[in-house]
Design a protein around this ligand. Sequence first.
Ligand code: NAD
Ligand code: MG
Length: 383
Amino acid sequence: MAKKVALLGSTGSIGRQSLEVIDALGYQVAALTAGRNVDLLERQIRKYHPPVVALADEAAAEMLRGRLSNLKEPPQVLYGRDAARNVVAECDADIVLNAIVGIAGLEATLTALAGGVDVALANKESLVAGGDLVLKEMAVTGANLLPVDSEHSAIFQCLQDVHSAKSLEKIILTASGGPFYGWNPEQLAGVGKAQALNHPNWSMGQKITIDSATLMNKGLELIEAMWLFGLPPERIEILVQRESIIHSMVQFSDHSVLAQLGMPDMRLPIQYALTWPRRLPGPAPALDFDTLSGLSFGRPDADTFRCLAACRRAAEKGGLAPCAANGANEEAVALFLREEISFLDIGRLVEGCVDSDSYAGGYALDDVVLCDAQARQYVREHL
Ligand code: NAD
Ligand code: MG
């Protein structure tokens, strides 16, 4: 059956690869959304003809409306902070693929799940910041969350046998180690934006590329895995797998370990999230063992990469601590990309923010929004 997909963040790295998968599968596009990239969104609209689209930026949306006026049936164009969420509420999709970057994706995830629509989730920040709210919506409507993040897709694939899944003992979350694996703080002090944006194995959006360099990405993924698979942080081990061929592993109570392997190509996990529970032929290339010289392993250095230590502490604290870690990181990464703070400042600020409060207790959406704003303010006040 050709599913109808609402694709949020369609102009980004995951968004563009998702459209390649949608093309290969012959699926339909129910909606497209982006932040402010009018040129690419316009080209996508002319190719996929979605009935409703959105841009976060109002001026960009006005420009888009003008450019689409010569279409016979132009799509409805929404804009503003709530636009992606409103698109999800209005469109007629079988599945929402959320590839927005940052906590900006949270409300769209919640809206889809509340409406009983499955979500293919690339937007890990929404689960990190508001995981409890996301799980509550899923429990009410029974909608599914299908992981797009390659590690979580790997774990999810390894847990498809429900009998084995019951005896899951631990998750072995793999990490590439990023461009600065093995570096010490003295070497990291001078790292600039261009160096940090140069990832060895993956080509991704700017924010997640910096997160991969600081190991914040692995910290966010640790918290993401806790919510998706219901394990406490001490049962999630992080292992450096330099070649990014083993995308993660699970260990069962009999100590059998299952791994999922593949080329570092996001089209595979994107496709599995869209076709689950089925597997179909897809555009990701096959793994070629003749050209693979070896698989190497190591441990992450959380003493040097403070974002990882901060996320583990936030995971142990629970409550809004992961939301604070995420908000502080979003602010710090934006400052680093504007070359206003150094590479090591990112970890210092995220850790300082996590340590500044207990963050204990339950929360509603308003609390998440407030905590995120306060974490960003903490960063600006501690430069
Ligand atoms: P990207 O920056 O390339 O794309 C982000 C998309 O979100 C763009 O379409 C942009 O227009 C849109 N956007 C940005 N700010 C917005 C806002 N305030 N409101 C609405 N839309 C907004 O990012 P990406 O690399 O594609 O990553 C997207 C998400 O997927 C992130 O959460 C990231 O952590 C996750 N992810 C990415 C990869 C990867 O390989 N790129 C892998 C795993 C997980
Ligand atoms: Mg990942």
